[in-house]
Design a protein around this ligand. Structure first.
Ligand code: IMP
Ligand code: MG
Length: 182
């Protein structure tokens, strides 16, 4: 696993795919336990684009009937959150009276997840759960409950496994962290 260069920044290895996959196994087991025997068909809501790889990996492990839907929001420019969530692509299916599991790549300030949680409730969902691959616990200070968290990370900028720096880096199988300047 060598370092990678994306535009003006260099990133070094941080979390290997093997470790990510194990964490996804564990979180999927928890969701499977909670939804075992359910008569409902929950909607797995992929938050594009960052969550696309995580959602695919998670979906393969779910053992109950579910549907896939997507939404696209954006609050990041470069490595900084702008604090303004834009809905770039609306909900791709009706969610009235449905159970929705929002699947995020990473929760940082929580602005995105709070806004999306409201959007999903406003669209009439009866039960909204949140599943995130990564959480920066030092930063998150919101009331929305994060039901399923696969891994916690320090408050540093990371890329790979769906996460990007200015749209680059999503394709890497491992997760990389911004190199510290010496
Ligand atoms: P929040 O609204 O501050 O919680 O930011 C959430 C969104 O910002 C995530 O869905 C990511 O798309 C993006 N984001 C947050 N932290 C990182 C990071 O370390 N690398 C890449 N994208 C990030
Ligand atoms: Mg995102």
């Amino acid at each position: 696993m060598a370092r990678i260069k994306l535009k003006d920044k260099t990133f070094v290895p941080y979390i290997k795919y093997r470790e990510i996959a194990k964490a996804i196994d564990v979180v999927a087991d928890r969701i499977n336990t909670d939804f075992k025997g359910t008569k409902e068909v929950p909607i797995i809501l992929c938050v594009l684009n960052g969550s696309i790889i995580f959602t695919g990996e998670l979906l393969k492990r779910l053992k109950f009937n579910c549907e896939l839907s997507s939404v696209r929001l954006s609050s990041y420019v470069g490595t900084m959150s702008t604090g303004v969530t834009k809905m770039v692509l609306g909900l791709t299916s009706a969610i009235k009276n449905r159970t929705v599991i929002i699947v995020e790549d990473i929760v940082d300030t929580g602005k995105t997840i709070v806004d999306l949680h409201n959007i999903v409730l406003d669209a009439g969902a009866k039960d909204v759960r949140v599943c995130t691959m990564l959480l920066k616990p030092e930063v998150y200070r919101q009331d929305v409950k994060l039901d399923y968290v696969a891994m916690e990370v320090e408050n540093k900028f990371i890329v790979g496994f769906g996460l990007d720096y200015d749209q680059l880096g999503r394709n890497y199988k491992d997760i990389y962290i911004l190199e510290e300047k010496k």
